[in-house]
Design a protein around this ligand. Structure first.
Ligand code: PMP
Length: 349
């Protein structure tokens, strides 16, 4: 089989999702709140009338209308995807050929590297300082020196929660000639966006998702936003019928009931800030300020902590003891009770 496989995936390892029993799950930046608790009666009311024998609306017209209301962006500038992961791939398939260079900051979302390498592109990651700052000047110069096709900016960044101010993103757009993808998967926990500038910059693509703040990770609803000319290119590659009917339908209902989402976001933000204050005061822990629904900590007690988390059936993201994220653990903000249990464990160790 190796003889038949594409050369550029020879060194790629499968994206690993470990399935294990847990009491608390704070490893994947999901929302702790299940929207079905509030919306089940509305969702169940009409679901029986759905025609499961028919393909979904390939253009997700109704869902796009709701996203347009939410974002203030025209429907013709929006594309829905089976998670924003799918849209990342659509973008790479449109712009990155074998040997093309893609630049991003490090650490960042692992999928950027994976999809670039699958496409045979060359991936350049630029690390910042100890506090995981993002060096915009270096991103600009590296992109220009390597004639980069594409730049990924993750804002707020996963896994650090660090932020890139709007004028810094504009600076990247003004000083490079690359496609600039701004991944705003965690936008709602921060509040600042670059989405309104898609009309000014054709090279700007903004990605969002309903997997995080909206609490719909199971449904895999992502969307991308760009100028019409850029959208016409993305549309050449988007698979037809890519977002299933049930996801479209529930996405519409949740967007119609955005007050519930806002309430959950406010709770998560408050709990994040509370947890951060506690973490900051702890010995052996350095907590990185976060504009997201998770907090990254660096700790000299990494191994002891990971062992204890495992024993207590707390599923959490540890980044190992090597590399740019050595001794780092990312804690997704859970319910108050979950956050308290994590804090208790940290204090005990
Ligand atoms: N971008 C970032 C930065 C993420 O953290 C994630 C999910 N972990 C995604 C994109 C993908 O989200 P989804 O495919 O669920 O929309």
């Amino acid at each position: 089989m190796k003889r038949l496989m594409k050369k550029c995936i020879e060194n790629i390892r499968a994206y690993e999702v470990i399935e294990e029993e847990y009491d608390i799950k704070v490893d994947a930046n999901e929302s702790p709140y299940n929207i079905l608790n509030e919306l089940a009666p509305i969702i169940l009311k009409d679901i029986v009338s759905k025609e499961l024998n028919r393909y979904p609306d390939s253009e997700a017209v109704q869902l796009k209308k709701k996203i347009a209301d939410y974002t203030g962006i025209n429907t013709e500038n929006i594309m829905c995807g089976n998670g924003s992961d799918e849209l990342l791939k659509v973008i790479i398939d449109c712009f990155v050929d074998k040997g093309d260079v893609v630049v991003t900051h490090s650490p960042s979302f692992v999928m950027y590297r994976l999809i670039t390498e699958i496409a045979g592109g060359k991936f350049i990651e630029l690390s910042g300082d100890e506090s995981f700052s993002i060096d915009i000047d270096r991103i600009i110069s590296t992109a220009n020196e390597n004639d980069a096709k594409l730049i990924f900016l993750c804002n707020p960044n996963n896994p650090t929660g660090t932020l890139i101010p709007r004028d810094e993103i504009i600076r990247v757009l003004e000083n490079t000639s690359s496609i600039v993808v701004v991944d705003e998967a965690y936008y709602e926990f921060y509040g600042e966006t670059i989405i309104d500038r898609i009309y000014d910059y054709k090279r700007l693509i903004v990605l969002r998702t309903l997997s995080k703040a909206f609490g719909l990770a199971a449904l895999r609803i992502g969307y991308g936003v760009s100028a019409k000319e850029t959208m016409d290119i993305l549309n050449r590659v988007k698979p037809p019928y890519n977002l299933n009917s049930i996801s479209q339908y529930i996405g519409e209902i949740v967007l119609d009931n955005i007050d519930i989402v806002h309430k959950n976001i406010e709770t998560i933000k408050k709990d994040r800030d509370k947890l951060f204050v506690e973490l900051e005061s702890m010995k052996d822990i350095k907590a990185i300020p976060s504009g997201s629904n998770f907090i990254l900590i660096k700790t000299s007690r990494y191994e002891d902590l990971m062992k204890k988390f495992k024993e207590d059936k707390i599923k959490i993201k540890g980044f190992g003891t090597k590399g740019v994220l050595q001794n780092c653990i990312r804690i997704t903000i859970g319910t108050k009770e979950e956050n308290d249990r994590i804090l208790k464990l940290l204090k005990e160790v």
